[in-house]
Design a protein around this ligand. Structure first.
Ligand code: KIV
Length: 254
């Protein structure tokens, strides 16, 4: 566990010191507690829970009720880590719904909220930050837009137009007051450029080593969802294999 409660300012200070920020997803009480005890400063109740916990094909089916339920469970761990939650698809279509749903996640125990997109969600981000709720952005490959991408996770920032759009979106989020931004599947040189140019902490996922921090879906890191592992993840543990071995050993005993 970190020795003191982590806040958005702690993460800004880590960026200023050049100290890498480790971030992981947690969707329930035991995982939030274990990750906090392991010293991870930034936790996210990600809408990836739709796939790795609820069995949906993608994140677009996740509801506010599901996000609130899992946020309440993770928040019961009372972590020193900063714990946030994703606004799910269509929960921030207007500034009014964005604010109401962000307040719902905060009431469930989230200390920050995250939403996908850049300039196109600027009024929503302004409404959230204006109400005093810490905000994390998400640029690059946006999982809630997977259907528009033809079902494929595509690397962003490869061409001039993609590069310019990422810089413009990053500027919009910086201007609106995001304290951190997840960069998902952004080409490493562009992720490095954004990290150097903007005051928010960049938290990379599949975006190279030069972000201020890195985030992974915990199930990918420890092998509890063995049916799909993104190419950029090197699992540190293969929990599914251990579970199968343990269960088969127990079956032999009964
Ligand atoms: O939903 C999620 O878990 C995420 C992280 C992987 C960044 O958005």
């Amino acid at each position: 566990m970190t020795s003191a409660k982590i806040t958005p300012d702690s993460l800004r200070a880590m960026k200023a010191r050049g100290e890498k920020i480790a971030a992981l997803t947690a969707y329930d009480y035991p995982m939030a507690k274990l990750l906090d005890e392991s010293g991870v400063p930034l936790l996210l109740v990600g809408d990836s829970l739709g796939m790795v916990v609820l069995g949906y094909p993608n994140t677009t089916l996740v509801t506010m009720a599901e996000m609130e339920h899992h946020t309440r469970a993770a928040a019961r761990a009372k972590p020193n880590a900063l714990l946030g939650a994703d606004l799910p698809f269509h929960a921030y279509d207007t500034p009014e719904t964005a604010l109401a749903n962000a307040q719902g996640l905060v009431a469930a125990g989230a200390e920050y909220v995250k939403a996908e997109g850049g300039r196109e969600v600027l009024p929503q981000v302004r409404a959230i930050v204006g109400a005093g709720i810490p905000f994390v952005g998400h640029l690059g490959m946006l999982p809630q837009h997977i259907l528009e991408e033809g079902g494929k996770y595509r690397i962003k920032g490869r061409d001039d137009a993609g590069h310019a759009k990422l810089l413009d979106d990053a500027a919009a989020l910086a201007e609106a007051g995001a304290f951190a931004v997840v960069l998902e599947l952004v080409t490493p040189p562009v992720a490095k450029e954004i990290t150097g140019r903007f005051p928010f902490a960049t938290i990379g996922i599949g975006s190279g080593p030069d972000c201020d921090g890195q985030i992974l879906v915990t199930h990918d890191l420890i092998g509890t969802f063995p049916w799909f592992t993104p190419k950029f993840v090197k699992p540190k543990f293969h929990a599914a294999e251990q579970i199968r071995v343990a269960v088969q050993a127990w079956r032999q005993e009964i």
